[in-house]
Design a protein around this ligand. Structure first.
Ligand code: NCD
Ligand code: ZN
Length: 348
């Protein structure tokens, strides 16, 4: 196969940042995807519907002329998010979920939730109103090994939550382990997962063997080959509980190439092409469209996109860097070749 036409996909987990950084990265996403679930971990975080509306307006204002792209906003849950805020969020029509960051789990998560049980009234209102919870599924206890944090979260937080609030719709974001893919497969109705391209294509060897690669450091951290294979199996299975979410997370080069570097892989420049690489390697290209373009909107109760994109099998070299405000970002595959590219007529 040398050409692949897909219903235009959406990105169900994306970091767009703000100001000059937003303007730098948004065109990459908007060229490929019609919509994206926009993560709220700005500094300060997007915790209210009013802030989400203002951020949405800034995103729309940053779009290149003529581009069509719909940001689907989220609220950042804190210990103080009220049921009344959930009602405002739902009534706004622009907020499509609330993101749970366990406090301290990842970039800009210090304002996150310290004890989920204190939020049961808020979560119950989300369940009543059908507003999904997007979960960063890692425990933050310093004594838990970083490679075990997702699996531990399932047992100690996620499984009890899914039982305690039976109608809450939950997306287990960026799953990275066999344990997570099995949990989602067997979970009750209303539980789904996003899967990133890096967790489909890479293991921790890519990060750590033969030299440390700061641009491949993300959270949750890359795992083992057994985990990667389980994620490939899930993504290509045709099970509608698994869908695309890149978790593209740009950070300026100097904040990654340093003694204590930030977590986040930038992938928006090839946000759909990278999945084509992964699905092709798995012999499953015909399964890509449903994963990328159907299962996400179906789960969120939104219409599938009506237009299409095409990918062509024409190798291209990813630039060494992209401008990022006054800085640069180093994209995943910088200076290396990707086999698939977006056909010129697919950009918008
Ligand atoms: C994200 C970021 O940089 O905002 N980083 C990452 O490694 N994925 C935060 C997150 O989603 O965990
Ligand atoms: Zn993320």
């Amino acid at each position: 196969m040398t050409r692949l036409t897909l219903t235009r996909p959406d990105d169900w987990h994306l970091h767009l940042r703000d100001s000059a950084a937003l303007a730098a990265v948004l065109p990459h996403t908007a060229a490929r995807f019609a919509r994206a679930i926009v993560m709220p971990n700005l500094k300060p975080p997007v915790t209210t519907t009013d802030q989400a509306a203002a951020y949405r307006a800034r995103i729309l204002a940053a779009l290149p002329t003529g581009a069509r792209f719909e940001p689907l906003m989220t609220l950042y849950l804190t210990d103080r998010t009220s049921a009344a805020e959930i009602e405002r969020a739902k009534a706004s029509g622009i907020v499509h979920g609330c993101k749970l960051y366990p406090a301290g789990a990842t970039t800009h998560s210090d304002a996150g939730v310290t004890d989920l049980r204190k939020l049961d009234d808020t979560l119950a209102r989300m369940a009543d109103l059908g507003l999904p919870l997007q979960v960063h599924g890692e425990v933050t206890d310093a004594e838990v090994d970083i490679f075990d944090r997702e699996a531990r979260f399932i047992d100690t937080v996620l499984a009890p939550l899914v039982d305690r609030i039976p109608r809450l719709r939950v997306v287990f974001e960026h799953i990275t382990t066999r344990a997570a893919s099995e949990f989602v497969r067997a979970a009750r109705d209303g539980v789904a997962a996003t899967i990133t391209p890096q967790h489909l294509l890479l293991t921790r060897n890519a990060l750590l063997a033969g030299g440390i690669r700061p641009h491949l450091y993300c959270l949750p951290i890359l795992k083992t080959e057994i985990d990667r294979r389980a994620l490939i199996e899930a993504a290509t299975s045709g099970n509608p509980r698994y869908f695309l979410g890149t978790d593209s997370a740009p950070h300026a080069r100097h904040t990654k190439e340093t003694a204590c570097g930030c977590a986040g892989i930038y992938s928006a420049h090839a946000g759909i092409e990278l999945y084509a690489e992964a699905f092709e390697a798995a012999g499953a290209l015909p399964k890509l469209e449903a994963f990328a373009s159907h299962f996400g909107p179906d789960w969120y109760g939104l219409p599938r996109n009506r237009d299409a994109i095409a990918l062509v099998k024409t190798p291209w070299t990813v630039p060494a860097d992209y401008p990022f405000g006054a800085d640069t970002i180093v994209p995943w595959f910088a200076g290396e070749s990707l086999r698939w590219q977006l056909a010129a007529e697919s950009g918008q």
